[in-house]
Design a protein around this ligand. Structure first.
Ligand SMILES: Cc1ncc(COP(=O)(O)O)c(C=O)c1O
Length: 377
């Protein structure tokens, strides 16, 4: 992967006007990614951007203008979604361990709600007898669960969803309006989607009044081999499976999708300024004006966060073993480990790519840093 001339020009223009680190997003690319989903041939669908990937209002305005709705898992994100103009069933809410007051807030918002367990269902129906609702499914007994970047989302190693026996015990219930699946994150292989969706379409036939199947997210983003998610093939696959289900059910079931990472990852960049350079045992240690508290992925995924780093001035030179560290005393404050860069100079800018998803949104107050400003153009 390389920085394109357009991205370099846009970032350089901003660095002329500021000292502090910033996130920059290519708005056109975000819109283009949304349109890949709205272009999926299956007609009765509703695509909901997963705000855990990026909950900034400017980001959500872009997804909204591109015809994408929203998926949230907390009251805070529900409120941001409402603030940018989403309402009612534009919003899908799926979470776990929900309190009565959270259940009521979500119910009152009119959002589509998916519950995580039979006791959450009991709790919900005690508050709202026989109100239609969706269920998160853990179909790990019918597929071989795969470990994805954040671990297992299906099977006995996942804490999430109702298992098959719990779902089958509810068969025939006319108040189950939806079934929800989230199979994992950053998945490139269509086979896993196919296998899991087949099980979900089977389960759908258990519920006579089912309105929707929510297949969640998990769409992979460019990996170190440069591979991209096969979006068109995916569109054909999900359309075929939904059409086959409709034929079995004798009516049309709505398809919901909750893409997160894929919508903004490639469109976002983090630009930081070099504030110090040290050399230790032949390694270059670069200090920058930001912290892993503001760019947490290398902290959360030390072994596999993949964010190629570039010198904004583009200069070449012999490559050195390099790590980039944050401006704190926290020993694990690294923004990149064991990468290769030419020798850099103080005051120049470095750019972290694939930084539009789960980066700004996973900021933590730990260490006392402000959130890094996000700029959209
Ligand atoms: C239920 C659910 N849906 C959608 C998403 C978005 O997933 P991704 O970013 O892998 O597309 C997540 C992410 O954790 C999730 O938990």
């Amino acid at each position: 992967m390389q920085l394109t001339p357009e991205v370099t020009t846009a970032l350089t223009r901003i660095t002329k006007m500021r000292d502090q680190a910033f996130y920059w997003y290519d708005s056109n690319l975000i819109t283009k990614q949304c349109r890949q989903f709205t272009a999926i041939p299956y007609e009765n669908k509703s695509v909901h951007f997963a705000t855990m990937a990026n909950a900034s209002p400017d980001f959500l305005r872009l997804t909204r203008n591109a015809g994408i709705k929203v998926f949230v898992n907390s009251l805070g994100h529900l409120q941001i979604a409402q603030y940018v103009g989403y309402s009612g069933r534009d919003i899908v809410f799926t979470s776990s361990g929900m309190s009565d007051s959270l259940l009521s807030s979500v119910r009152n918002s009119g959002a589509v709600l998916n519950l995580d367990s039979t006791s959450q269902l009991r709790r919900f129906w005690k508050l709202y007898p026989d109100a239609p609702v969706g269920l998160r499914c853990n179909i790990g007994d019918r597929v071989t669960p795969r470990k994805t970047r954040s671990g297992y989302f299906l099977g006995k190693d996942s804490r999430l969803g109702l298992d098959l026996s719990e779902l089958e015990a509810l068969a025939g219930n006319p108040f189950i309006e939806g079934l929800h699946l989230y199979l994992g994150t950053d998945i490139m292989e269509l086979d896993y989607f196919r296998e899991c969706y087949e099980v979900m379409t089977d389960l759908a036939t258990l519920f006579p009044k089912l309105v929707y199947l929510d297949f969640g997210g998990g769409f992979g983003v460019e990996d170190s081999g440069g591979e991209h998610f096969p979006m068109e093939e995916y569109g054909r696959l999900v359309t075929e499976q939904m059409n086959a289900l409709n034929a079995r059910m004798g009516r049309t079931i709505q398809l919901l999708l909750e893409p997160g990472r894929i919508i903004g990852a490639e469109a976002g960049f983090l630009a930081v300024r070099v504030t110090d350079v040290k050399h230790r045992n032949g390694r270059q240690l670069i200090g920058v004006n930001a912290s892993s508290a503001q760019f947490t992925r290398p902290l959360l995924y030390p072994d596999d966060a993949y964010h190629p780093v570039f010198r904004l001035n583009g200069q070449d030179g012999p490559l050195m073993d390099t790590s980039v560290y944050g401006c704190s005393t926290y020993s694990r404050d690294f923004l990149a480990h064991d990468i290769k860069l030419p020798e850099v100079e103080e005051e120049e800018w470095l750019v972290f790519s694939l930084a539009g998803s789960y980066c700004a949104s996973s900021y933590t107050r730990f260490l006392g840093f402000e959130q890094i400003e996000e700029i959209f153009s």
